[in-house]
Each structure stands twice: as structure tokens, then as C-alpha cells.
Design a protein. Structure first.
Length: 169
């Protein structure tokens, strides 16, 4: 039954929780197959949605509400940063008042780009495309995230995001 954690997954859970031995775990074919099998289980899928909401989307929604931010782009910036990490560290560097949402978000994105670009880790430096994407949306005044969007080389359209809506964009 896929609703129960398989042996390889149970054995690997302590490492998953601590972030240890990830390379070793990722090379374990049996573990990868067990994780893939869980992907079809509706209970596991629901659990993933709940965890994603609670740990990533809800904090971003709360941060936007706390600052009275209304624009979809502001939520996207904050959500992305919470997912990637160090949101609070970069947030605390912003000098613009959050009473001016657009100025705050623009400064936050510029500060985040500098923060990521100055990391000692090349993998972190390689992610400056993320705030650059948001800064390009700001430059184009696309605060409502109007489609289509070119996201890191992928064109997002209504037809891709909402395939059952009948849109052909």
C-alpha cells in the first residue's frame, strides 16, 4: 500500500530531515523508485499541497497582508524568496517604507540580487536570474503578472497554466 512509508524511505527519513547524505540518497535507485511511486498516491499528493501551503504560500500571504501589499508581483517576489531562503535577512536590508509597495519590492529585488550575487557559493550566485526576472517585470510595470510571461526561457500562457479554460493564447 502506497499510503505506508516503504522501507528505503523510512530508513532515509532522518537524513532527509537533517539534510545529510543527500548525494548518497540521490544515487539510491530503490529509494528513488519508492519516492516516485508515492507521487501517485492521493494522500501523499494532498500532504505535499498542505505542507507547501503551510510552509511557503501562507507565510508569503501573511507577509503581504502584514505590509498591506496588494499586487500579485509582490506576492510572487516574497513567495519565491521564502522558497529559496533568506527572505528575512534581505527584507531587513530594505530601507524603503513598506507603505510604498512598489518602491519596497523594487528595492528588495535589487538587494536580493546583490545578496545572491555576493554569495561565496557559486550555486547561489547562479540564481541571480530570479530577482532579475522580477526586476524586468517591475521595469515593464507588470505588477499584475499579465500573461504571457517568459520565465527563465519558458513562455507561460493561459493555455499552459489553465489548459481546461478554452484559452488559446
Amino acid at each position: 500500500d502506497l499510503g505506508e512509508i516503504q522501507d528505503e524511505i523510512s530508513f532515509a527519513l532522518p537524513d532527509f530531515k537533517s539534510g545529510r547524505n543527500i548525494e548518497i540518497r540521490s544515487s539510491n535507485r530503490k529509494l528513488r523508485n519508492e519516492l516516485k511511486a508515492l507521487g501517485t498516491d492521493p494522500l501523499w499528493r494532498q500532504a505535499q499541497r498542505e505542507i507547501a501551503f503551510e510552509h511557503y504560500l501562507k507565510p508569503a500571504l501573511d507577509a503581504c497582508a502584514g505590509s498591506n501589499f496588494k499586487h500579485p508581483l509582490s506576492l510572487a517576489v516574497i513567495y519565491d524568496s521564502i522558497n529559496q531562503g533568506s527572505f528575512a535577512k534581505v527584507r531587513d536590508r530594505v530601507s524603503a517604507s513598506d507603505s510604498n509597495e512598489k518602491a519596497w519590492i523594487a528595492e528588495y529585488c535589487a538587494d536580493r540580487r546583490a545578496f545572491l550575487g555576493s554569495s561565496r557559493k557559486s550555486i547561489v550566485r547562479s540564481t541571480v536570474y530570479r530577482p532579475n526576472f522580477f526586476l524586468s517585470l517591475i521595469a515593464n510595470n507588470n505588477w499584475d503578472l499579465k500573461l504571457p510571461l517568459n520565465v527563465n526561457g519558458h513562455k507561460l500562457t493561459e493555455a499552459i497554466l489553465f489548459p481546461n479554460s478554452g484559452s488559446s493564447q
